[in-house]
Design a protein around this ligand. Structure first.
Ligand SMILES: Nc1ncnc2c1ncn2[C@@H]1O[C@H](COP(=O)(O)OP(=O)(O)OP(=O)(O)O)[C@@H](O)[C@H]1O
Ligand SMILES: [Mg+2]
Length: 244
């Protein structure tokens, strides 16, 4: 599903590379966690995988498409939930979703029904006509996720989808991700909540300073390193030093 070889990205104004010779493969049909401390390179890697960052070196293949030549085709097959909320605060939730649907060339009854069904699934149907600026943090996160689902993406990529949300919203988001995956879709997600990642992910890739630290099923890498859980393993492998 995703095949990355010798990926390297150094932002022009940065002191160090943000992604430094990263190679990995993610298989289809899984929920994969891309984990690492602040500044590890998660968002940069995700931005490359979904075609947002186009200046990098290395080989990146997503859903059988080579990213150097096929970013437009990829747009219709993946859904991306960015780390920052990407909705217009002055527009209503419904208007935002209509706007996103049109970017995917959806319209009319098909789009209206899709939006209605997702609003219901995420508990937002009674708030469809409210301006986004009046939404709580959890409601914004849920609306942000809906915007990435309008085209039924084969691969869903989410950058910290549960950051700053309450237990109820988090539980709804995680149940959705499990059921979306059970319907055959692949998911890549990032989180700093390692107990959440341990419970949710079939596989995790831990990176630090742009480099691969370890990849495997949570169970295998936890047991293989003689640690009680993923958080303990994470600290063992990435250390206690606070990142900039
Ligand atoms: N546009 C940019 N220009 C220069 N440096 C950048 C830019 N974006 C990110 N960086 C740097 O690249 C490194 C990786 O950042 P990135 O946002 O990918 O990390 P992250 O793992 O997503 O971190 P976080 O957990 O805080 O979201 C950091 O050192 C960051 O300061
Ligand atoms: Mg990030």
């Amino acid at each position: 599903m995703v095949h990355v070889q010798h990926l390297f990205k150094h932002y022009r104004n940065a002191e160090h590379p943000s992604v430094d010779d990263l190679s990995f493969t993610f298989d289809e049909g899984k929920i994969v966690g891309l984990l690492g401390p602040n500044g590890a390179g998660k968002t940069t890697t995700i931005s490359i995988l979904c075609g947002l960052i186009r200046e990098y070196s290395g080989d990146v293949n997503v859903l059988g498409l080579n990213l150097k030549s096929n970013t437009e085709e990829l747009k219709y097959k993946i859904g991306v939930v960015p780390q920052q909320i990407a909705l217009y605060p002055e527009l209503s939730c419904q208007e935002n979703l209509m706007y996103y649907g049109k970017l995917y060339k959806l319209s009319g009854k098909v789009l209206a029904e899709k939006i209605d069904s997702l609003l219901r699934q995420f508990g937002l149907h009674e708030h469809a006509n409210k301006q986004i600026r009046n939404f709580s943090g959890g409601m914004k996160r849920r609306a942000n996720i809906i915007a990435s689902l309008l085209n039924d993406p084969t691969l869903l990529i989410l950058d910290e989808p549960t950051a700053g949300v309450d237990v109820q919203s988090r539980s709804m988001i995680l149940s959705f991700l499990r059921s979306y995956n059970e319907q055959g879709h692949s998911i890549i997600y990032t989180s700093h909540l390692l107990d959440e990642a341990e419970a949710l992910c079939h596989e995790v890739l831990i990176i630090d300073k742009g480099k691969k630290i370890i990849q495997g099923t949570p169970k295998a890498i936890i047991e293989g390193n003689d640690t009680p859980n993923l958080e303990a393993l994470f600290l063992k492998l990435t250390g206690n030093k606070v990142r900039d």
